[in-house]
Design a protein around this ligand. Structure first.
Ligand code: MSP
Length: 514
């Protein structure tokens, strides 16, 4: 007997120093849509998100608010968690890096690196951007000693750090990327990392002296230093996988055998801004402790305004929760994942938001409402007991298109294919003109066939729209007399014959733009 296929998907863990914004919401919704598609396709899923709570950035933000770092993290973790609930995110685990379990896994991981002689002590001299929590060399810097990524002033550091022998893994990493063309997607990002790896790869500073940064996880082999926040943060994926049991002696902690856990992750999703940490630091660290690397790394683009990335510091952020207040959760999810080509950039504009909303209301919503109304009007709500094969070919080719797009990580295309099926079904209604057929009792069988076809297509649409618009999909399933939204395969097998269908309020109310 074969076990159900499994999928472990992750988002980055977001810094607990700022409010959730549209960029965080996009990553999380995109991953949620993929996680829900995997569930709709019969997988057991572990979907992980959480907050990144250590390091100088958090320490400084807490100080500026007159709070302790832990108080700030507690407040912000609750904020992220509440935002995800409001945006219908169905994560299975919300990890916080200040959890004891995580701290113990980081400690075990660092000890393992140390025992395997992957770490040495050295002196660091260079520049650091606290906002991005990353090092820069002199030649990287922008004008007037600023961070080339965010433009903020950088700090010059000269201190003793522990270094991870990342350079030893350069060849192995290049081989991993070359032998697995789909390991980093999309291709433009893969090429970017390969380009980066054409230069000699340096070693990675993985610690901070406590005298400068105290808010972090102590190194097990030197209590005067804490772990570099990125190393601490990346390990969250491993903690949540359940692969490592730090309470065991070193040789029995699970580093040599991950079976029975969720490791390796099936897919790490993140923005292109933090691809290097995920595609270079993380896999080399895993190689160094002897663990398998993640199966896939998907970097998406940025929500931009004009030419610049949307960011809090630039004051150009759109608040996803505000949009939700106005248009509802499903509309925000639909807009973000349908509008942005997965992997590319997109520009937020209120006009595009409304165009996408209109598509939900006037294509999907309209089909649902006219089909259920007609079944109620012409057949007192009972779906006729006939085959309803009118759109069989369209359904089949839609499912192929959805499957194909998802296998290429083109989520926006998969969603477009689902919407196209609703569009085709609306065209079918126009062609069949049931309102005319209904007037002629001799054409009753024809009407039955049309109504049964529409009921069938609605069932398939509940399954296809559940990943992106879960509220509407569930509401529609209820109106069709189903206990729950079926899986995609299940939706093809369900017969609604004789079930009682209800009509109701529009799935997506008309927005008064006045
Ligand atoms: N804490 C680190 C991640 C550690 S993961 C082991 C971090 N956090 S963050 O709060 O800055 O979130 C970064 C992520 O937010 C990006 O990778 C991206 O997923 C998302 N976005 C932030 N701004 C964005 C846009 N303007 N557009 C799209 N997504 C962007 O980095």
């Amino acid at each position: 007997m074969s076990a159900r296929p499994r999928a472990f998907l992750t988002t980055p863990i977001y810094y607990a120093s700022g409010e959730p914004h549209i960029g965080h919401a996009y990553t999380t919704i995109l991953t949620d849509v993929m996680a829900r598609f995997a569930r709709q396709d019969g997988h057991d899923v572990l979907f992980l998100t959480g907050t990144d709570e250590h390091g100088p950035k958090i320490e400084q933000e807490a100080a500026s608010r007159g709070m302790s770092p832990q108080e700030l993290c507690d407040t912000m973790a609750a904020r992220f968690s509440a935002a995800w609930t409001r945006l219908s995110i169905g994560h299975d685990r919300f990890i916080r890096t200040t959890e004891d379990e995580h701290k113990a896994v980081v400690t075990a991981f660092l000890q393992r690196l140390w025992d395997r002689e992957q770490i040495y002590s050295g002196s660091y001299s260079g520049w650091y951007c606290i906002h991005e929590e990353r090092y820069w060399t002199e030649k990287d810097l922008g004008p007037d000693e600023t961070c080339p990524d965010c433009g903020r002033p950088v700090t010059h550091l000269e201190e003793t750090n522990y270094f991870f022998r990342m350079s030893d893994y350069q060849e192995r990493l290049v081989r991993q990327i070359e032998e697995n063309p789909d390991w980093i997607v999309p291709e433009v990002r893969r090429n970017e990392i390969l380009g980066f790896l054409r230069q000699p790869l340096g070693d990675l500073s993985i610690s901070r002296p406590k005298s400068r940064v105290s808010w972090g996880i102590e190194l097990p082999f030197d209590g005067e230093h804490v772990a570099y926040v990125w190393v601490d943060a990346l390990i969250n994926y491993l903690t949540a996988s359940g692969a490592i049991d730090p309470s065991q002696p070193p040789d029995a902690q699970g580093f040599d055998d991950v079976s029975g856990s969720w490791w390796p992750a099936d897919m790490h999703v993140m923005g292109k801004d933090i691809l290097t940490t995920h595609a270079v630091y993380w896999p080399t660290l895993l190689m160094a402790v002897g663990l398998p690397v993640p199966r896939r790394i998907l970097a998406h683009g940025w929500w931009v305004v004009g030419e610049t990335k949307m960011s809090k510091s630039l004051g150009n952020v759109v608040d996803p929760l505000q949009l939700r207040e106005e248009f509802g959760t499903d509309a925000v999810r639909w807009y973000l994942t349908r509008e942005m080509p997965t992997g590319g950039d997109a520009s937020y504009t209120p006009e595009r938001f409304l165009t996408r909303y209109d598509e939900l209301a006037n294509v999907f919503g309209n089909l649902a409402s006219r089909a259920t109304s007609m079944i109620v009007k012409y057949r007192e709500g009972a779906v006729p007991d006939v085959e309803g094969a009118g759109l069989a070919t369209a359904i089949e080719s839609t499912l192929d298109a959805v499957r194909d797009s998802l296998s290429r990580y083109r989520v926006h295309e998969a969603l477009g294919a689902a919407m196209d099926l609703a569009r085709t079904a609306n065209g079918y209604v126009e062609d069949q003109a049931p309102w005319t057929v209904a007037k002629d009792p001799a054409r009753s069988e024809e009407l039955d066939e049309t109504l049964a076809t529409l009921a069938r297509v609605l069932v398939v649409l509940t399954a296809l729209f559940k990943p992106v618009t879960p509220e509407a999909a569930e509401l529609l399933a209820q109106r069709l007399g189903l206990e729950e939204v079926p899986t995609i395969r299940g939706s093809l097998e369900i017969s609604l014959a004789g079930r009682n269908v209800e009509k109701g309020q529009p799935l997506f109310p008309r927005i008064d733009l006045g």
